[in-house]
Design a protein around this ligand. Sequence first.
Ligand code: 5RP
Length: 226
Amino acid sequence: MSDLELLKKEAALRAVALVENGQRVGLGTGSTAKYAIEELGRKLASGELSGVVGVSTSEASEALAREVGIPTEPLDPRPLDIAIDGADEIAPNLDLVKGLGGALVREKMTEVQAGRLIIIADHTKLVTRLGEKAPLPIEILPFGFLSTVERLREIVPGGRLRMNGAQNYVTDNGNYIFDAQLPAEIDPAALERQLKGTLGVVDTGLFLGMAERVFVAAPGGVQELV
Ligand code: 5RP
């Protein structure tokens, strides 16, 4: 395992240390969240934790949760105690871009119901403004998707439909993703309102005001941002 992977795992362990017996836990998606799911499974198997139930944010996380022995339930209206997930960009105020792994809609629906959202990531995800390094994933309906892309290009001129080889990339929800290049000067909350008001858009990877704290894996160790 590379040094960075070891640090990502350490960040995941710090997050899982916040989980208590009997809690309902949102299980994130991606290479960092994977370490958290594995650690949760290990703690349940060893008896360090009991009565924990997971709510998965993707088919991949659901499969991993089952593999490591975490009981899971589908999302329902009950609140979750905590959710642990990765991110693609983290702004100084802990606003996030998520969804490069394609799970943004299930992640947002799950994590908005969590009392605490704990983010785990490596230091390359820290940015001074959203859109600095990563595109903003926007999930769109397949029906009339080219019309939706036209409408989106009027709001965010740069960007492209995500592909999987020669085919459109398809999310767990059966939808497509438009990866938008954000201009330097954006008002994230206004942009979120505008994008979500666009016909054909399901949701965006902007997670604003949701993260409670972030464990950042850096060469000097894991840092906590609150
Ligand atoms: C998936 C996500 C992931 O949390 C995000 O892409 C970070 O993944 P990784 O930990 O592999 O860098 O939003 O939709």
